[in-house]
Design a protein around this ligand. Structure first.
Ligand code: GDP
Ligand code: GDP
Length: 454
């Protein structure tokens, strides 16, 4: 099903791309400082609550003399609107109502698409609402006071916006969960696949590299449909010669890309090798959910301490997957093999999860209370203003701070740990973006426009 499209319109420099940046997971959209820089229409994906939609920034609607809505520009905007389920007209609250805003609004009133007015640059809580009130006269309903830079008001706007979109398709769960079985040759991937499926789908062989091709297998477990993306035994690229095997490696890397969740298979007899670490790195970098499966458990000589000690040792070499659950299996006896599914399902759920801004900030406040951000010798203190989840798959958070440079690795890791402790996210990587730029922008704007900020 095609995603609904939301068109963002407005005259140049009102903050459209800043707004789009805030909505969308990728931070590609570039903020221009010169008024009137036109851009090609570009689509980006956005998520809000259960809604998934595309945002198209129409670029600045440029005017001949700041009021005349040129026909060719109108045509461009018309094209963008034709496919849109809703539109957001962005205006500049600090600058106030302009003739250009009025002519865009006048035109929009005759379009079939529902429109919301976003009055941007309203970061001042006292003045914001009165700044926004001025835009009632556009005749497009209640104007929303927002600050694209700080995020204030955008949640409320989005809550309204998604009510204008066609309902989200029921349950992402109806889509099969794509699961990639990843691991270096001979760890037991195809044996596991056989044990899982209960039939000889893949040929098991003690010789390396017999399973060359990726085979997708669909099955049902845990009331879900799963697609297992079998891999051809990923080998280190360097040790591979260009032959059929090379393409196998490529396809395995693609399997990581295609997957929702990766099952990283480790050989219990070998422990975590360098190749395993490399694969783990690819999974983490790819932002995939992950379950670590330690296979050939039957072949390990055990005493009562083994499992605990072994997990500790393995984890110390897989520290960048410390969020991933670990399961000890035997493809040979079938022990715990079906246990992969509940763990993978939980990991996928966490991978897709969204947390409200208020909950994120409760956790951040708590973290700040326990440990203040570092200060420089000169006495400059790091300040963390607030954070918000900007994307899922994997869950990604933007943290707004005075200056990211004041936050060293130790403190960043601390905040990440606190977020995990407070919010969970077991089985999925999370991303934190430390942003301080808006602060400088606001200061620059203040200098430029002489407008007072708090
Ligand atoms: P566009 O041309 O409409 O896409 O506008 P941009 O997103 O490029 O933003 C234009 C200028 O407005 C940039 O200098 C931004 O930093 C600034 N800006 C954007 N959003 C806000 C906001 O919420 N508050 C303030 N004070 N400035 C903003
Ligand atoms: P792949 O290359 O990762 O697909 O590994 P295979 O599934 O082909 O297994 C490689 C070798 O390990 C074969 O000789 C299997 O019989 C053996 N093997 C796989 N799983 C287990 C297990 O759980 N226990 C034991 N003891 N051997 C296993």
């Amino acid at each position: 099903m095609a995603l609904p499209v939301v068109a963002i319109l407005g005259r140049p420099n009102v903050g459209k791309s800043t707004f789009v940046n805030r909505l969308c997971r990728s931070r590609e959209a570039i903020v221009h400082d010169q008024p009137g820089v036109t851009r090609d229409r570009s689509y980006q994906e956005a998520y809000w609550r259960d809604h998934h939609f595309k945002v198209v920034d129409t670029g600045g609607l440029v005017f001949a003399d700041d009021s005349e809505f040129l026909p060719e520009i109108r045509e461009q905007a018309q094209l963008a609107l034709e496919e849109a389920a809703a539109a957001v007209l962005v205006v500049d609250g600090q600058h106030g109502l302009t003739a250009a805003d009025e002519s865009i609004a006048e035109w929009l009133r005759f379009q079939k698409v529902p429109v919301l007015v976003a009055v941007n640059k309203c970061e001042s809580p006292q003045q914001g609402l009165s700044m926004a009130a001025e835009f009632w006269t556009l005749g497009l309903g209640e104007p929303f006071a927002i600050s694209a830079i700080h995020g204030a008001g955008t949640g409320e706007l989005l809550d309204h916006l998604v009510t204008l979109l066609p309902p989200a398709p029921e349950e992402e769960g109806e889509e099969p969960i794509q699961m990639a079985i990843i691991g270096r040759p001979n760890v037991g991937k195809s044996s596991l696949l056989n044990a899982i499926c209960g039939e000889r789908r893949a040929i098991v062989s003690a010789t390396r590299g017999t399973t060359r091709d990726t085979i997708d297998t669909t099955l049902e477990r845990e009331d879900r449909v799963w697609k297992l993306l079998d891999t051809a035994g990923i080998r280190r690229r360097g040790s591979v010669e260009y032959g059929p095997e090379f393409f196998g490696v490529n396809r395995s890397l693609k399997a990581i890309d295609r997957s929702d969740v990766c099952v990283l298979v480790i050989d219990a007899l070998d422990g975590v090798t360098e190749q395993d670490q490399r694969l783990a790195g690819l999974i983490e970098e790819g932002g995939r959910a992950c379950v670590v499966v330690v296979n050939k458990w039957d072949a390990v000589e055990k005493d009562s301490h083994t499992l605990h000690q072994m997990e500790k040792d393995l984890r110390s070499r897989l520290y960048f997957l410390d969020w991933a659950p670990m399961l000890f299996t035997s493809a040979l006896t079938g022990q715990r093999v079906q246990g992969i599914f509940p763990l993978a399902a939980a990991a996928v759920e966490q991978h897709r999860r969204r947390v409200s801004t208020s909950v994120v900030n409760e956790v951040l406040q708590e973290a700040l209370r326990w440990r203040s951000p570092p200060a420089t010798r000169a006495g400059r203190q790091g300040r963390l203003y607030y954070g918000t989840q900007v994307a899922s798959k994997p869950p990604s958070f933007t943290l707004f701070v005075n200056d990211p440079k004041l936050f060293g690795d130790t403190y960043r890791r601390y905040v990440e740990r606190q977020l995990r402790e407070g919010l969970g996210f077991e089985g999925t990587p999370i991303r934190l973006f430390w942003r301080g730029k808006q602060q400088r922008d606001a200061e620059r704007d203040q200098a430029r426009h002489g407008v007072e900020h708090r």
